[in-house]
Write a new protein. Structure first.
Length: 311
């Protein structure tokens, strides 16, 4: 209950359902304690993976061969010392094909989630561990890595997954086209819409070089500063924008799944009115919540009990 709801309504709901009275404070402490125990257990598992002590992945957890996708993102949460990013990750299987700009017909199935109160390096370690738990061999298997343009995302993919296809989220790429178009022709003008539509069509068909040529030409004219500012972004991410090839192979090109993970796992529980967390408190809650949304609650719950004392 504490993983799903704020502690006060969780306590009220628990009492109404069971007839057992519990305070919000007691429910909160219990949730955080159990989440902390699970966090400790999962941490020991992650430490064992580089040494070759891999999990005996259950049939329910293991993904079959195909397009196995990994993604990272972040959402801001208020802590006692201010607002900080909390990292989210998702591992899933992609099905279908993209037929329209955006994600089109590609859908995510069998998602599993992670959340980390910390830096992107720590989130990358969790993504690595989650991929292994889902049956991926990072040394042998090719995975699809999907993210926005933040360099820290690509650095983690590169560090942990030797064989990968990197894809820049379509929506973030088109946002940069709109930034250039508005700088060239102004906000809300017909010229902006027309220019961006042409560039989007080129990008959709995988003609990134045509997009770059247009940006370079526009940068030489009046109001070309915004176009000039976007050239580096498209040059850096050009290999990740082969959208026609990606669509042909059935890869997803939109990061909606990990953005949904941010909302479901983090924002939906941690960013409600008046909430202010410590790092340890929130991590325990989010670790429980990630397991819940991953469909592994029964497995996870047995790991929340402290180890038996040795006589």
């Amino acid at each position: 209950m504490g993983a799903v709801l704020p502690f006060a309504p969780a306590a009220g709901t628990f009492t109404a359902l069971t007839g057992v009275s519990i305070s919000a404070r007691k429910l909160g402490r219990t949730t955080e304690k159990r989440g902390g125990q699970l966090e400790t257990r999962r941490g020991k598992e992650r430490e064992s993976y580089p040494a070759g002590q891999l999990p005996d992945t259950s049939r329910a957890d293991k993904m079959p061969p195909g397009c196995r996708v990994l993604s990272l993102d972040a959402a801001k949460v208020r802590f006692k010392d201010g607002w900080h990013e909390v990292k989210a990750g998702v591992v899933f299987q992609a099905k279908g094909e993209a037929t329209e700009p955006g994600e089109g017909g590609v859908r995510a199935v069998a998602q599993s989630y992670l959340a980390k109160v910390g830096n992107m390096e720590q989130a990358g370690e969790r993504l690595y561990a989650e991929a292994i738990r889902r049956g991926v061999d990072p040394a042998e298997d090719t995975v699809t890595c999907l993210a926005d343009g933040a360099p820290t995302n690509w650095a983690q993919f590169s560090l942990h997954f030797a064989h990968r296809v990197e894809i820049l989220d379509w929506y973030h790429a088109t946002q940069h086209l709109w930034a250039a178009g508005k700088g060239l022709f102004g906000e809300g003008t017909e010229e902006t819409s027309s220019w961006v539509a042409k560039r989007e069509a080129e990008l959709w068909e995988g003609h990134t070089q045509l997009v770059l040529d247009s940006l370079r030409q526009a940068a030489q004219g009046n109001h070309g500063e915004a176009a000039q500012g976007e050239i580096h972004y498209f040059e850096t991410n050009e290999p990740r924008m082969a959208y026609a090839t990606f669509r042909e192979k059935g890869y997803p090109i939109g990061s909606g799944t990990v953005e949904s993970a941010c909302k479901r796992v983090i924002v939906g529980r941690a960013r409600q009115a008046g909430m202010c967390w410590s790092q340890a408190e929130l991590q325990g809650v989010l670790t429980l919540r990630a397991e819940l949304f991953s469909g592994r609650w029964n497995q996870a719950w047995s790991c929340t009990r402290p180890p038996p004392k040795v006589a």
